[in-house]
Write a protein that binds this ligand. Structure first.
Ligand SMILES: Nc1ncnc2c1ncn2[C@@H]1O[C@H](COP(=O)(O)OP(=O)(O)OP(=O)(O)O)[C@@H](O)[C@H]1O
Ligand SMILES: [Mg+2]
Length: 418
C-alpha cells in the first residue's frame, strides 16, 4: 500500500492535443479519491498515466517514495479495474481471479494461490461461485470477479475507471456499497473515475473535480457541496443542479428575478463594486411557506408562478421559469456547455417537502434563507462567498470520520478472525 503523488502532470497526445494541463494531487496512503468531471475532461488519461498505460509528457508521479514516471505498468504494482472488465470466458471464476498470480510463473505455490483466491472470494462473497464460468454470472458478480483479480495482486493501489457504468441502477447501488466496504476492509489506496454524481458524493474521502484537463477543486464531498470554489464546481456537484440567477446590485438590495434580497454589510464587502453577479441557490434551500407556519426571521419570502411539478415521493420538484439578464446569459450558456448540460438555465427548480400541495400552474409562496445563497463573479465565475476556513473545518471532520471508520472495519475483521 502506498501514497500516490502527482506533481504538475501534463499530457500532450501524439496529435498535439493537450488533455491534462498540469495536475498536482497528493493522495494519502489508504485514501479513497474520486476523479470527476464531464466527458473528455481527462479523467481516463490521468488514470492511465498513473497506472502506466500512457506516457507522462511532463511532471512527476510518485508511488510511495519512488518516482515511477519511467517504470513499466507491472513494476508499479497497481491494480486497475475497467468499465469493460475483461474476464476469460473459458476459465472458471477461480481461475479468472487466480490469473494474475499464474502470470508470475512459479512465484506462488498452489496452496498460496488457493489461499489468496479464497480470501478475495470471501471479501467479495463469491465463495459459492468459484467453479462457475463468467457467462453464467450476473453483471454484478462479473464485476466482483474483476475486483477479485485486483485484490489477489495485493497491489499498492486500486484504480477504477467507471467500473459500474455498464450495470443497471439497482446493481450499481449494490456494487457501490460493496466497493466502499471492500476499500475500508483492505485499507488500500484507491483512485476512482466516474461521472456519476452519487458515486462521487458517496464513495470518496475526497473528490477531485476536473474541467478540460485542469483541476478545479479537491475537497471532501461536503466541502465541495457547501463551498464550491467556482460556478463550474457549483453547477457540477448536486442533483438537481444549483439554480443560477442574475443578481442586480442596487444600493443595499440585490434584485433577483424572483425576489429582492437585502445585502448584508458582510456581503457588500464581497461584492466590491460589481453591479451584476450570478447568484446560486440549491433546490433544497427553498421551502413552501404554507407548510412552515411559524414565520422565520431573516428569510426572503416571495410568490411565484409554478410551471410544472414532479412528485417523487421524497420530494416535490417545482419548476419556475424566470427572465435572465442578457449580460449573464452568455456566461450561463457557456457553463451549460462545459457541464454537458441541457440548456435549462432559464428555469429554476425548487425541491419542496413532499407534503407540499403546490401543483402545475399554481402560484406558490416560497422562502429561502439568504445566508445559504452563493454569489459568483459573472466574468471569472469565482465564488465570492467561498469560505476557505469552513472547507478546512469540514474536511478535517471528514478525515477524522474516515480514520474512525477504517479502524472500526479493521476491528470487525480482527474480531471475525479470532
Ligand atoms: N489517443 C488520443 N489521442 C488524442 N487525443 C486523445 C486520445 N485519447 C484521448 N484524447 C482526448 O483527450 C481528452 C481527454 O480524454 P479522456 O479519455 O481522458 O476523457 P474522460 O474524462 O475520461 O472522458 P469520458 O468521461 O468520456 O470517459 C479528450 O478530449 C480526448 O478526445
Ligand atoms: Mg474516460
Amino acid at each position: 500500500m502506498a501514497a500516490i503523488t502527482l506533481k504538475d502532470i501534463r499530457k500532450t497526445y501524439g496529435d498535439g492535443f493537450l488533455a491534462v494541463k498540469g495536475v498536482s494531487l497528493d493522495i494519502a496512503d489508504g485514501e479513497f479519491v474520486i476523479l470527476v468531471g464531464p466527458s473528455g475532461c481527462g479523467k481516463s488519461t490521468l488514470l492511465r498515466m498513473i497506472v502506466g498505460l500512457e506516457d507522462i509528457t511532463s511532471g512527476e508521479l510518485r508511488i510511495g517514495d519512488k518516482v515511477v514516471n519511467d517504470k513499466a505498468p507491472r513494476d508499479r504494482h497497481l491494480a486497475m479495474v475497467f468499465q469493460n472488465y475483461a474476464l476469460y470466458p473459458h476459465l472458471t471464476v477461480f481461475e479468472n481471479i487466480a490469473f494474475p498470480l499464474r502470470l508470475q510463473k512459479g512465484k506462488f505455490t498452489e496452496e498460496q494461490v488457493r489461499e489468496k483466491v479464497e480470501f478475495a472470494a470471501n471479501t467479495l462473497e463469491l465463495q459459492d461461485h468459484l467453479q462457475r464460468k463468467p457467462a453464467n454470472l450476473s453483471g454484478g458478480q462479473r464485476q466482483r470477479v474483476a475486483m477479485g483479480r485486483a485484490i489477489v495482486r495485493e497491489a499498492n493501489a486500486f484504480l477504477f475507471d467507471e467500473p459500474l457504468s455498464n450495470l443497471d441502477a439497482k446493481l450499481r447501488g449494490q456494487m457501490r456499497t460493496e466497493i466502499a466496504r471492500m476499500q475500508r476492509r483492505l485499507g488500500t489506496t484507491t483512485v476512482y473515475v466516474t461521472h456519476d454524481q452519487t458515486e462521487a458524493m458517496t464513495l470518496g474521502d475526497r473528490v477531485a473535480v476536473l474541467r478540460k484537463g485542469e483541476l478545479q477543486q479537491v475537497a471532501s464531498p461536503r466541502g465541495l457541496y457547501e463551498q464550491p470554489v467556482n460556478l463550474f464546481v457549483a453547477g457540477f456537484i448536486g442533483s438537481p443542479p444549483m439554480n443560477f440567477l442574475p443578481g442586480e446590485v442596487d444600493g443595499d438590495t440585490l434584485h433577483l428575478p424572483v425576489a429582492d434580497v437585502p445585502i448584508s454589510p458582510e456581503l457588500k464587502e464581497k461584492l466590491g463594486d460589481r453591479k451584476l453577479v450570478i447568484v446560486g441557490l440549491r433546490p433544497e434551500h427553498f421551502e413552501d411557506a404554507s407548510l412552515t407556519k411559524d414565520s422565520r426571521e431573516g428569510v426572503v419570502a416571495f410568490d411565484v408562478n409554478v410551471d410544472v411539478t414532479e412528485w417523487l415521493g421524497s420530494d416535490l420538484y417545482a419548476y419556475i421559469p424566470f427572465e435572465t439578464h442578457a449580460d449573464v446569459a452568455s456566461k450561463l450558456e457557456e457553463l451549460d456547455r462545459d457541464l454537458d448540460g441541457e440548456g435549462m438555465r432559464t428555469q429554476m427548480v425548487v425541491a419542496l417537502d413532499s407534503e407540499s400541495r403546490v401543483r402545475d400552474g399554481d402560484q406558490a409562496s416560497l422562502w429561502f434563507d439568504p445566508a445559504k445563497m452563493m454569489v459568483f463573479d459573472p466574468e471569472g465565475g469565482e465564488n465570492l462567498t467561498y469560505d476557505a476556513g469552513k472547507v478546512r473545518e469540514v474536511d478535517q471532520q471528514n478525515e477524522q470520520d474516515r480514520k474512525a471508520s477504517i479502524q472500526r472495519a479493521q476491528e470487525r475483521e480482527a474480531a471475525k478472525a479470532s
